[in-house]
Ligand binder design. Sequence first.
Ligand SMILES: CC(C)(COP(=O)(O)OP(=O)(O)OC[C@H]1O[C@@H](n2cnc3c(N)ncnc32)[C@H](O)[C@@H]1OP(=O)(O)O)[C@@H](O)C(=O)NCCC(=O)NCCS
Length: 338
Amino acid sequence: MSGLFAFGMGIASHNAAGDVLDTWFPAPLRGANRATAAAARAVGSDAAATPEAAERVAAALGEDGQADAADAYRMLAGLGKPLVAVALETDEPVVSTPEAYLKLHLLSHRLALPNTLNLDRIFEHLPTVAWTSDGPVDPRDLSARVAAARSRGQTLTVHAVDKFPRMTDYVAPPGVRIADASRVRLGAYLGEGTTVMHEGFLNFNAAAIGPNMVEGRVSQGVTLGAHTDLGGSASTMGTLSGGGQIVITIGEHCLVGANAGCGIPLGDRCTIEAGLYITAGTIVDVIDESGTAVRAVKARELAGQNDMLFIRHSQTGAVQCRTNRAAIELNAKLHAHN
Ligand SMILES: CC(C)(COP(=O)(O)OP(=O)(O)OC[C@H]1O[C@@H](n2cnc3c(N)ncnc32)[C@H](O)[C@@H]1OP(=O)(O)O)[C@@H](O)C(=O)NCCC(=O)NCCS
């Protein structure tokens, strides 16, 4: 075999009935290459999840020069816990909870960009979990677990009841700052040099390519290009609800102002004025160099273009698109030491 589409060994949590609640993969592998071919050989055709198999994967990765990944598989082998192995030959719709988690890990480990993995049926295989200070708990078991903690004189903190956990409980990618970990879901892609402030949010299958300043919400499917600033409480329109089908990509060196919103893809060096929400159907006056409105178009007709400045004229209320003369530079001092 020349290699797999993806491979991972990890540790799962279960409910009382033995159903999987989550799976942690410390070192997922991606791509038909020597490492995944060696991993496939090491676990055999039934993807046996034994400590010996993890040792064999570690040895193969070591021979392949992947020291960090080899260490992770050696660590797994030594934990003395039941292991889970997922070996995917091709990228098909999700069929199990561990497989759903492997794909979310691939995104957060920067091994896959948003919209490049087959995530069909993922919701069916992600159980709703109470994410607690004592790990994942089946919501049906929660009151018993709260009572048990109280009986020991302790309290159980429930961070969320949701299908997706916080990314940082599974992977903290290098070179990023995240002010509030609960605002970044597992499956988000955060590139080197990304800062997510308290109001910022990244969904699964959403990316800040880095470096970026994220103070607004990056919806499922949305990608922010390098050096782009998503201002405080700004919104990027997703495609999961409300009928919008256009996947939003925002280019490089863009500024989506505070409380603004973006419902069309933008090219590079674009700015949306603070407080202005551009939807696909917004009628926009296109203004030429002399300041004259030359045509009125729906914003979707401007999708993907570079160097656009959108403002709402403060006296007429008309939404205008001008040539952007001042593309932003991220504050280098803020991002230099992530
Ligand atoms: C849209 C924006 C970028 C314009 O800023 P700017 O380029 O500094 O614009 P200026 O204030 O210098 O204005 C340039 C010209 O456009 C005009 N103008 C700007 N906004 C206007 C508006 N809403 N309506 C009418 N005219 C406007 C100005 O009057 C000025 O005209 P002049 O050249 O004839 O004097 C700015 O208003 C903005 O919204 N920035 C977002 C900042 C932000 O939210 N950051 C994130 C923080 S969390």
